[in-house]
Each structure stands twice: as structure tokens, then as C-alpha cells.
Design a protein. Structure first.
Length: 385
């Protein structure tokens, strides 16, 4: 009986210690003072990628002091913002174990200590505010000047110089701090309402480099994943722009995607007299029937006369697509990048619905509008007599 009591006592102690450890883990603490705002409300908000989520509303004491503890998972820093009414009074980037002190006023000026990342974020925001003030002041003067006057030309040059100077400064910052989460808001900074600081297509390279660096430290962070997605989107736009610059040379946009065996197939390398480019969704029964009822008979009739089919699946289910191709015995070229509607070809070929067909003849895109089996048959019979 005595041993049982001792065992229960030890077990209770272990449970207590475990609970205590859990309760202490994954927290960051914030203590602050809001000048001249006794008995006021401070709203705590979390940045969830592209929107704020209210975590709590705090009450300051008679001296304007407040405190709060934020749940922060290990290796998943959080962007936390403090508001007084509609005014942002502090921006924080918190990691587990941070003990931060904030001194703020109701107009938005603040200082922060106890968190190196939060101190960097504070400086990042101050630099943007200073630049924006100078840039907008020049813009206001330009609005009031005669557009054709020497003064307007001078103001435009000064605005361009301000932007280039700030952009280069931000590039220098992200290159010096590739492992700092503060690079993420830097990448999405705006001047005014609609002018991004990082708006050049080649900035995709910087987005990708920093997201790769941050992923080594914060692989589970939703902010890092969002940065990676934006890097990928910008790379697709960069690739599209490169294709558009060379589009006149071949009269169509090239496509390179893997086939069912994982081998990359390029539209420009098909080499047939006539190529039918057919975009489809393998999950749609009607479009699978089109393969059997229309494409197979046409391929059997015209393949010996120079027809090749380059069929592009728009789907994220690559396994399902490959299964349909094999089950239906589709002997022509079938490709799929597995990106679904995010595939670059959707925008490049302006695909608003499926299926869609285009015909290439001697590397020239034909102007015939293909709407059904009859119109497709007419085009092929004319080109492959």
C-alpha cells in the first residue's frame, strides 16, 4: 500500500511537471506602455498571410500599462500588431521565449526592445514611412505643376531617383538578412495604394532565394510557404514574358510538359505537318468520350498523312490523368504539369473553359475556330488532303 501511494505521488508530480512545461512552452510575452492612455483598450491582432485576425483586447491600467502572452510555436514566428482604435501602434515579430517591451503613443510612434526581429521590423517600417513621405511629397508637387514644364521634369527625375535609391536599399537589406522573417513584409511593401516596391518581373529571383533560405529555419511557417507561392507565381509570369518576347518568331507559345513516363515533351519539337493542340480535363466524362468518339477516329484517319495530337491535361490529379490515358489507349502525345488551373498554359492560351483545340500547320497557328467535331474535321481535311 505504501509503494502504491508513493507511485501515485510520483505520477502526480510527473503530470504536474508535464502540464507546467506545456503551459510555459510556445509563449512570447509582451509588456507595454501606451502614453497618455490610461484605462484604454489595446487590440492585439495576428497577421494571417493577407488579413488581420483579432486575438484579444487588452485594458491598460491607470498608468497606461498592459501585458499579454502570445502563443508561438517553435520555429514558427508570428507577426503580431497592436492597435489603439484604428491606429497601429506597434509591429512585432515574435518567437517562442521572447520577452518584449513596447513603449508607444496613440499616434503610432513606438520603440521595442527584447526581440531582435521585432527591432528589425520596427526599423523596416520606419524606413518605408520615411521614403513614402518624401515620395508622396514629390508626387503632390508634381500634381500641382504644369505637366510640360521644366519643374515637372525635374520632379519626375527626383521621384525616379528616390524610388531607385529605396529599391536598392531594400535589395541590400534582403541580401544582408536572408534568414530574417522581416524580409517577407519588405517584399510586399507598397508606395501609396498601388505601387509595389518589388514590382519588377526579375524580382522573382530574390523572392525565391529568400524563401529557400527561410525554409531551412522555418519549414512549417505559413508566411514562408506564402512567400514560396508568390515566388513560384512570379517565376511563371517571368517565363510567360520570355515566351511572349519570342512568340513572333514561331507564331505560337511553346509548351513543355512531362508525359505519362515523366519525359519532357515540347510542342515546338513535334515536327509533324499538322499538330492538333487539345486542352482537356480528364476528370470530365464528356471529354473522355470525345477522345474515343472524335480524336481516335481522326488520328487513325490522318496520322499517316502528317497529323500529330499534342494533348494537354489541365488537372492537379496527375495519377488520375495517367490512368485515363492508359485505360483509353491514347497513342498520341499526352502531357500534364499537375498544376491544374495554375498551369502557365491556362493564361498563355487564355483558357476560360475546356475542352479547347488549336491547329498548327507548318509552324503557323491556324485562324479556324474549332468548336466541335465537325469544324475540327473540316480543318484537318483541308490541311491534310
Amino acid at each position: 500500500m505504501k509503494n502504491l501511494c508513493r507511485y501515485l505521488l510520483y505520477a502526480a508530480c510527473y503530470v504536474f511537471i508535464a502540464v507546467a512545461l506545456v503551459s510555459c512552452a510556445g509563449k512570447a510575452s509582451v509588456k507595454g506602455t501606451l502614453d497618455n492612455a490610461p484605462d484604454s483598450e489595446v487590440i492585439v491582432k495576428l497577421l494571417n498571410i493577407n488579413r488581420y485576425e483579432v486575438l484579444d483586447t487588452l485594458k491598460t491600467d491607470k498608468d497606461g500599462c498592459f501585458s499579454y502572452k502570445v502563443n508561438v510555436r517553435k520555429a514558427q514566428p508570428e507577426f503580431i500588431y497592436l492597435f489603439y482604435k484604428d491606429t497601429k501602434i506597434a509591429s512585432l515579430l515574435l518567437e517562442t521565449g521572447d520577452r518584449v517591451t513596447v513603449e508607444a503613443d496613440t499616434l503610432g510612434s513606438y520603440t521595442v526592445s527584447g526581440s531582435e526581429e521585432s527591432e528589425k521590423l520596427m526599423q523596416v517600417e520606419k524606413d518605408l514611412a520615411d521614403f513614402s513621405m518624401r515620395f508622396i511629397a514629390l508626387s503632390d508637387r508634381l500634381d500641382n505643376a504644369d505637366a510640360a514644364s521644366p519643374e515637372a521634369d525635374s520632379l519626375r527625375r527626383k521621384m525616379a531617383e528616390e524610388y531607385v535609391r529605396y529599391y536598392r536599399g531594400r535589395l541590400k537589406y534582403i541580401m544582408a538578412n536572408p534568414y530574417s522573417m522581416t524580409c517577407i513584409p519588405v517584399f510586399f511593401q507598397m508606395v501609396g495604394a498601388n505601387m509595389p516596391v518589388f514590382g519588377q518581373q526579375t524580382d522573382a529571383i530574390h523572392f525565391a532565394n529568400v524563401s529557400d533560405s527561410l525554409a531551412t529555419l522555418y519549414p512549417e511557417s505559413r508566411y514562408v510557404r506564402a512567400l514560396r507561392q508568390e515566388a513560384d507565381r512570379r517565376f511563371r509570369m517571368l517565363e510567360m514574358s520570355a515566351k511572349l518576347r519570342t512568340a513572333q518568331e514561331v507564331n505560337y507559345l511553346d509548351i513543355e510538359q512531362p508525359d505519362v513516363n515523366g519525359e519532357k515533351r515540347r510542342l515546338s519539337e513535334v515536327g509533324a505537318k499538322v499538330v492538333l493542340i487539345h486542352f482537356w480535363d480528364p476528370a470530365q466524362p464528356a471529354q473522355k468520350m470525345f477522345n474515343n468518339d472524335v480524336l481516335k477516329p481522326l488520328y487513325g484517319k490522318y496520322s499517316s498523312k502528317g497529323l500529330e495530337i499534342f494533348q494537354v491535361a489541365i488537372t492537379a490529379d496527375k495519377a488520375g490523368w495517367a490512368r485515363v490515358v492508359k485505360e483509353q489507349g491514347l497513342d498520341w502525345i499526352n502531357v500534364c504539369d499537375g498544376l491544374g488551373t495554375a498551369s502557365p498554359v491556362v493564361a498563355e492560351y487564355n483558357l476560360s473553359s475546356l475542352p479547347v483545340s488549336f491547329v498548327l500547320s507548318d509552324d503557323e497557328m491556324q485562324e479556324d475556330r474549332i468548336t466541335d467535331a465537325a469544324s475540327l474535321n473540316r480543318v484537318l481535311s483541308r490541311l491534310l488532303k
